[in-house]
Write a protein that binds this ligand. Structure first.
Ligand code: ZN
Length: 382
């Protein structure tokens, strides 16, 4: 890829988008992994492919040598999307309207993967190399919290000096320098079943107990601190003519800082049932720790902003993102992590998902220059 033009880059993006890849469809995600493997092989990267488990696709790793020795840069992207197969032929066909290119996962985050790969292919085609070695790591299960990939991401992060994440750029151009933590909790109430007509008084309703818990949990939300608790799913009961035996719910908590997480955890695990005859169980689920801006992240951000100015654009500032990414894991480990280096656009996880074509070239050039200029001085001071 000698010349970086909007046409060439959009074609590179579309080659990813046309392979639909919902997280739960391992074969589909693996088709994306094979596409990525072909691209990395073509630029001389050495490939490792870690077979997926439990219905999750493979992790694909490509190692690109630098002109200097490591520890190098870990570049993270995910191959899965939230869109089921058929979205392309149905509600979200690939198309260009003005400056907007639409498609499932085009913004979150196949566009970002494509421009990162294009940046490396451009260096290769012009006889250049990244300064530090670059490890490209493509994740199959980010959209469900990376339960399979997390240990591998953390193990790789510890071997690298810097992590770059090509998740979408937020707010039309910002770079992500911190992300809030996300915690999930599972609730279950178990009551005493009874015929709701003849023996109502003998029953103890699991749903009524859960309803009281939901109100108590949602009241823990504190918008001033950006701590939010959302009971997002609830299921219970088997028949309207029965006092329900059981009810289950999942709480999704935004916890900006580690002490917020500790506080929410303590409160949720201390919940007691209102009705002593109904059993309440609270268990913690997937957790993405927050990552916060460190001096090393500030230095990375300032450097990226300066490179952007050299290229001829402004990055629009720092962003603290509410949603999680695999950058949470690496940032929480203290490895300097710069996130949101992907494409500009909007509508992630919706049928209006698009990227802005006019920003593909400048954003790809920014990645080219980051690969060329990041050196050992950007490591965290320990
Ligand atoms: Zn994403």
């Amino acid at each position: 890829m000698r010349d970086l033009t909007p046409e060439v880059l959009l074609a590179a993006v579309n080659a990813w988008v046309e392979i639909e890849s919902p997280t739960q469809d391992a074969a589909a995600v693996n088709r994306v992994a094979s596409h990525a493997e072909g691209l990395l092989t073509a630029i001389g990267a050495s490939i490792e492919r870690i077979p997926g488990e439990n219905g999750i696709g493979d992790i694909l790793i490509g190692r690109v040598p630098g002109t200097a020795n490591g520890p190098g840069i870990l570049l993270l992207g995910h191959m899965d999307t939230v869109h089921p197969v058929g979205t392309l032929a149905g509600p979200l066909p690939m198309r260009v309207e003005g400056d907007r290119a639409y498609g499932p996962g085009i913004y979150d985050m196949k566009g970002g993967n494509a421009i990162a790969f294009s940046a490396l292919a451009h260096l290769h085609a012009t006889g250049r190399r990244p300064h530090l070695p670059v490890t490209v790591m493509m994740i199959p299960d980010e959209e469900i919290g990376s339960p399979f990939s997390r240990p591998t991401i953390e193990a790789e992060a510890k071997k690298h000096a810097i992590v770059l994440v090509v998740e979408p750029s937020g707010d039309f151009g910002r770079i992500t320098i911190a992300r809030h933590g996300i915690a999930r909790y599972h609730l279950k109430t178990t009551g005493i079943p009874a015929h709701a007509g003849a023996y109502h008084a003998k029953g103890r309703s699991a749903i009524r107990e859960m309803a009281r818990q939901v109100l108590e949990i949602e009241a823990m939300t504190d918008y001033a601190r950006n701590v939010t608790l959302n009971v997002g799913t609830i299921q219970g009961g088997t028949h309207e003519n029965m006092v329900p035996l059981s009810c289950e719910a999942i709480v999704y908590c935004l916890v900006p800082l580690p002490h917020d997480e500790a506080e929410v955890r303590a409160k949720l695990l201390a919940l007691k049932s209102y009705d002593p005859d109904v059993k309440l169980e609270v268990t913690s689920g997937l957790y993405r720790p927050s990552f916060v801006k460190s001096p090393a992240i500030q230095k990375l951000y300032d450097h990226a902003a300066a490179l952007a100015r050299e290229i001829g654009f402004e990055v629009k500032g720092e962003r603290v993102a509410g949603g999680g990414s695999d950058g949470n894991f690496t940032g929480a480990l203290g490895v300097p992590t710069l996130d949101g280096l992907g494409v500009l656009g909007d509508g992630p996880h919706t049928h209006q998902e698009y990227l802005l074509v006019s920003h593909l070239v400048p954003r790809t050039k920014l990645l080219v220059r980051l690969f060329e200029t990041l050196d050992a001085s950007f490591r965290a001071q320990r």
